[in-house]
Design a protein around this ligand. Structure first.
Ligand SMILES: Nc1ncnc2c1ncn2[C@@H]1O[C@H](COP(=O)(O)OP(=O)(O)OP(=O)(O)O)[C@@H](O)[C@H]1O
Length: 292
């Protein structure tokens, strides 16, 4: 595998806060890797290390075989972070052209405006854009240079359904052309549509890395759900308890014995269901664990 991102045994603390702890993530060319995890699990910190905006206290970060801040690395890297700001007096068209000028073989600005649904807005200045329109401009800036690697931190936040779908098309077209993408998201459907590989972060640690189904199984293959209150007398630890659709849920790789345990502990058997777990269940359980 031709390594594009090599994050190796990285730890990052903010004072007493442990944001990342011994995290490794190696990503090859042509991959789309989705990073998921509950709020505060370390996704943005990981992104900031990859794009060179922060340095780890230990471990190493290499992008395209070099320091992320090296000028040759940055000329092959497109980035959209959560906090966005633009030059106030330039138009959308001018901003895109300005960003594109930094790269060797950028995407023609007219095509970019089309692909991100910004054509009608090309003469406006950023203050006159809605939140979703600003987000689309920021994402378009990340692709403007047609770089080797695009890093997107929650790119679909605030986008309506139509523009989310446009974004997905743009991401897939970029990957079809050989581009690589590291993306964080809170939307399981988005990650599963786009990436064949999901990295799950919990409390600053990688707890799963692989295809979505494998990542889910690493936490628990089945969701066992039931109504009522959590019963005494089962072995379900507090950090494995969450709520989904008004039901108590827990994840397990031993659904049959857990269902029997619950019934034994007095839960109405008619309310108990065991179904394959999904990424949303996993995030709920990881969030519960981080509250303990
Ligand atoms: N500049 C900072 N100073 C102090 N603590 C920070 C700073 N940036 C992040 N943190 C803390 O580091 C941890 C990881 O934060 P990070 O923003 O990486 O999480 P995240 O997974 O991106 O969260 P979210 O889903 O809410 O965006 C959190 O506990 C957060 O409060």
């Amino acid at each position: 595998m031709d390594a594009l991102i090599e994050v190796t045994h990285v730890s990052k603390h903010y004072g007493p806060v442990r944001a990342l702890s011994d995290v490794s993530l190696h990503m090859g060319r042509g991959e789309i890797v989705g990073v998921m995890g509950p709020n505060g699990s370390g996704k943005s910190t990981l992104i900031s290390l990859v794009v060179g905006l922060a340095r780890p206290q230990s471990g190493s970060v290499r992008v395209l075989g070099r320091d992320p801040l090296h000028h040759t690395t940055r000329a092959e890297l497109g980035v959209c972070l959560q906090d966005i700001d633009f030059p106030a007096t330039l138009t959308i068209f001018e901003i895109l052209r300005f960003v594109a000028a930094h790269y060797a073989s950028p995407i023609p600005t007219a095509r970019l405006l089309d692909e991100f649904g910004l054509n009608d807005l090309r003469k406006r200045t950023p203050q006159k854009l809605s939140g979703g329109q600003r987000r689309r401009l920021a994402v378009a800036c990340a692709f403007a240079g047609n770089p080797e690697l695009v890093v997107l931190d929650e790119p679909s936040a605030g986008l309506d359904i139509e523009h989310r779908s446009l974004l997905w098309q743009g991401i897939n077209a970029f990957a079809d052309g050989g581009g690589s993408i590291l993306i964080t998201s809170h939307v399981p459907d988005e990650v599963q549509r786009l990436s064949r590989r999901v990295v799950l972060l919990s409390q600053g640690e990688v707890v799963a890395d692989g295809p979505a189904a494998e990542a889910v199984r690493a936490i628990g293959s089945h969701r066992v759900a039931f109504a009522g209150t959590w019963p005494d007398g089962t072995s379900i630890p507090v950090e494995n308890r969450a709520t989904r659709d008004g039901q108590n849920i827990t994840l397990t790789n031993h659904a049959d014995s857990l269902v029997a345990d619950l019934a034994q502990a007095g839960v109405d058997p008619r309310s108990i269901t065991a179904t394959p777990a999904d990424l949303e269940d996993v995030i709920l359980i990881l969030a519960a664990r981080s509250r303990q």
